[in-house]
Design a protein. Structure first.
Length: 366
């Protein structure tokens, strides 16, 4: 516990037999529960974790709040409906089974997916366990040994002591980042971080792809966990959902760690395009939900004006290029004037919309 608040660590694992024991042995004492989510590994990850589970019980009993009976009154119907929804939503998560004999007293909980669903799905399953057991702070640490357990305290403290909803580690601001992180990774992470700033509204976040995080009970209860993206775009999708829920986010500096145990399974070029489409979809949803349906804001109009202006620009660019490439043709002056006007207007609308977006989300930087 930290300040009398419960802390859990979710460890997604897929074929991590070479490092999983080292990761589990490094978990700090203040962590009350460690939830290992095996994403249907094909190696002996489960066997190694099961071996580790022996003699790892605890005196702190944590029961599922879903099992607690709540008496119906005229004033708690809304809470009962939310409770009913929490029970029913279990059907939307990846099918899994808990392999512990007594999960209420076991410090290390092993949950195995019935099929491989992706790292995002594994984290969602872990978050669901934390939500059902009313955990105050739920951290995520990878099972590949590329996150330093000694930095877990700095990740969790802002959630416990300062009431921050979501904390992310930031490797890119560490002095060794340019030396340690492979250049293609550094470049890919930087580009995705810039795009995620725009899509999520968290303009102060600069390392969106790190998986070393901590989330509060309030944030977990504010978002639909089963709708979180199931693959490597999960951190980006989660930030968008947190912004729609008005959750505060903070970054803390962590050191980059690579080439420990197995090499990372992430292929930047393979996941970049799906994440790009995910960001576009999330950005559009954020605009409509947050700035139109919930509370109208002029930036909704400005973003759309900028988009429509650039679409119209494409028409005039096509005709201007066509005239330029056609021998003995003269560029229509009216087309050129309209193109210049639309381009300037589009950029003005876009910059004003971005400025308003930054100002409107500044209070979420805690």
């Amino acid at each position: 516990m930290l300040n009398n608040k419960t802390v859990a660590v979710v460890i997604p694992a897929y074929n991590e037999s070479s490092q999983i024991e080292t990761v589990l042995n490094g978990i700090p004492d203040f962590v009350d529960r460690v939830i290992i989510i095996d994403d249907c590994s094909s190696d002996n990850t489960v066997e190694k974790v099961n071996k580790f589970l022996i003699n790892n019980s605890t005196e702190l009993k944590i029961s599922s709040i879903i099992k607690n009976k709540v008496q119906s009154t005229p004033y708690n119907k809304a809470n009962l409906e939310l409770r009913k929804k929490a029970i029913e939503e279990q059907n939307y998560f990846t099918p899994s089974i808990c392999l512990n004999n007594d999960s209420e007293k076991s410090r290390f909980i092993l949950i195995k997916h019935k099929y491989n669903a992706g790292v995002g799905a594994a984290i969602s399953t872990g978050y669901k366990w934390c939500k059902d057991h009313d955990i105050d702070c739920s951290a995520v640490m990878a099972g590949d040994g590329q996150m330093d357990p000694s930095e877990l305290l700095s990740i969790c403290k802002p959630v416990i002591e300062n009431g921050v909803d979501y904390v992310k580690g930031n490797r890119l601001i560490h002095p060794s980042a340019w030396i340690i992180i492979p250049k293609i990774r550094f470049f890919g992470n930087s580009i995705l971080s810039i795009l995620t700033k725009v899509a999520s509204g968290y303009w102060h976040i600069s390392d969106t792809q790190t998986g070393y995080t901590a989330i509060s009970k309030h944030a977990i209860n504010s978002i639909p966990l089963y709708k979180i993206y199931k693959r490597y775009g999960m951190p980006n999708d989660l930030l968008i959902k947190l912004n729609i829920a008005f959750c505060t986010v903070r970054e803390v500096k962590i050191k980059p760690i690579y080439e420990i145990g197995e090499s990372s399974k992430l292929k930047v070029l393979n996941v970049s395009l799906p994440i790009l489409f995910l960001l576009i979809k999330g950005f559009v949803k954020r605009l409509w939900v947050k700035y139109l349906f919930r509370d109208f804001h002029p930036l909704f109009i400005l973003y759309n004006v900028a988009f429509l202006t650039f679409v119209a620009d494409a028409y005039f660019i096509y005709h201007l290029l066509l005239n330029f490439l056609t021998p003995n043709s003269k560029t229509p002056t009216d087309y050129l004037i309209i193109f210049i006007f639309l381009t300037i207007s589009g950029f003005q609308s876009l910059l004003f919309a971005m400025w308003m977006d930054i100002q409107n989300n500044s209070h979420l930087r805690k």
